[in-house]
Design a protein around this ligand. Structure first.
Ligand code: SF4
Ligand code: SF4
Length: 390
């Protein structure tokens, strides 16, 4: 197994499941299951024992491996610089080994089967990929447009994700950005297939997108989701896919009007807002500032921070394919539930994020914790549109 050589270096000190102040649990899998085997260190030892034949593959072991939300907290907080960058890659390699042996949990098998058969996990026909944009006047991408707006699976097919795709597209149109979409020619970015260890399927999806982008003459890409951003930025170059890629928050940060130029001097009332860092923007790509800069410009918004922010952010639990496979998303001790309580405790009325998966996960958690009267989850582009409309 790739990265096998690092497994013995972990001596299970446990720092990797905590944030910088050691004051709470920051590994979504451990938070939910509360067994050391689900923590990053326990996972390392268990993987080693499994490879040595001391532990057999069973449903519980599969659950341990696939409940990792690939949030990157362990990479950020392992105290050993020499191998911490490889920890998450080792967990993905262990999942890949399970995939190769054909021993994955049923929800993972079903997700990957749907993705392989339909090109998306929603079992939707490819021709409906651009349906979210119908009636918006969003142009199809042509080589004279500056940006390809890459939407991805959740933005194309999930009800809430489609709303988010529409609000980002509306903003781009309003701000005069030259862009287009691929619609039915767009393919899944494959980021979550990679996180689930289906590396061949990921390579296939990535190569297909790269070929489509090239044929269309794409040079610059702006993405809806941090997951697509991560795959195109960090993995596609391996197969020659070298594009200038930005998450939509970076582009907005650059082109949005300055504070005070939103068409009205200020808002009548002030709403307090916290920003939830999506893991694939934050820890995976060290992008923490753009969304905060945008919030600071909005009239009537006072930005405060949750105790766990930036590199210490608590994952919503939906990463690593768990949004679809639900291995860490249900029950009372989910990280999304802990996150919305943390947000409400700051006194914020708005919990803002910039990822379709985080938005859905956190909205569900607000409902399950009965916090609807205190806290509203807002997707950043939608909030910006509201402020621009006055
Ligand atoms: S992965 Fe690093 S921080 Fe975590 S238990 Fe092992 S040595 Fe400690
Ligand atoms: S990546 Fe996140 S969910 Fe996975 S083991 Fe590390 S801290 Fe836990």
């Amino acid at each position: 197994m790739e990265h096998e050589e690092i497994l013995h270096r972990c001596f299970r000190c446990g720092f990797c499941k905590l944030p910088s102040d050691y004051g709470s649990l920051n590994c979504p899998a451990y938070l939910k299951y509360r067994f050391e085997s689900f923590s990053p260190g326990g996972r390392m030892w268990l993987t080693r024992a499994w490879l040595n034949g001391e532990v057999q593959t069973d449903a519980r072991l599969q659950e341990v491996f696939f409940s990792c939300a690939t949030c990157g907290n362990c990479v950020e907080h392992c105290i050993f610089d020499k191998f911490r960058e490889s920890i998450l890659e080792a967990f993905i390699a262990a999942k890949a080994e399970m995939v190769n042996r054909g021993t994955v949990p049923p929800p993972v098998r079903d997700y990957l089967t749907r993705l392989l058969a339909h090109g998306n996990p929603y079992k939707m026909p490819q021709k409906k990929r651009g349906q979210w944009a119908w009636e918006l006047g969003v142009p199809c991408y042509t080589a004279d447009a500056e940006y390809l707006f890459y939407v991805g699976d959740v933005g194309s097919f999930d009800g809430r994700g489609m709303e988010m795709a529409r609000s980002v597209a509306r903003l781009l149109l309003k701000l005069g950005v030259s862009f287009g979409i691929l619609g039915e020619n767009e393919g899944s970015d494959g980021n979550d297939a990679r996180a689930l260890g289906e590396l061949e399927l990921f390579e296939h999806l990535a190569k297909r997108n790269i070929e489509t982008f090239r044929r269309a003459g794409v040079e610059k890409i702006v993405t809806l989701s941090p997951h697509g951003y991560n795959a195109i930025k960090n993995d596609y170059p391996r197969w020659g896919g070298n594009f200038t890629v930005r998450h939509y928050t970076h582009l907005l940060d650059e082109i949005l009007p300055a504070a005070g130029d939103f068409g009205r001097a200020g808002a009548e009332s002030v709403r307090r807002a916290v920003f939830h860092d999506p893991c694939y923007l934050g820890r995976h790509n060290k992008e923490y500032d753009a969304a905060r800069h945008i919030l600071d410009r909005l009239p009537g918004i006072e930005r405060v921070e949750m105790p766990r922010n930036r590199a210490d952010s608590l994952c919503c639990g939906g990463g690593g394919g768990n949004f679809f496979t639900d291995l860490v998303c249900s029950g009372p001790d989910t990280s999304a539930a802990a996150r919305v309580v943390e947000a409400a405790d700051t006194g914020a009325q708005l919990l803002v994020t910039a990822c379709p998966i985080c938005t859905v996960m956190l909205e569900d958690a607000v409902k399950s914790k009965n916090l609807e009267q205190r806290l509203q989850v807002r997707e950043l582009s939608d909030l910006v549109l509201e402020c621009m409309a006055g």
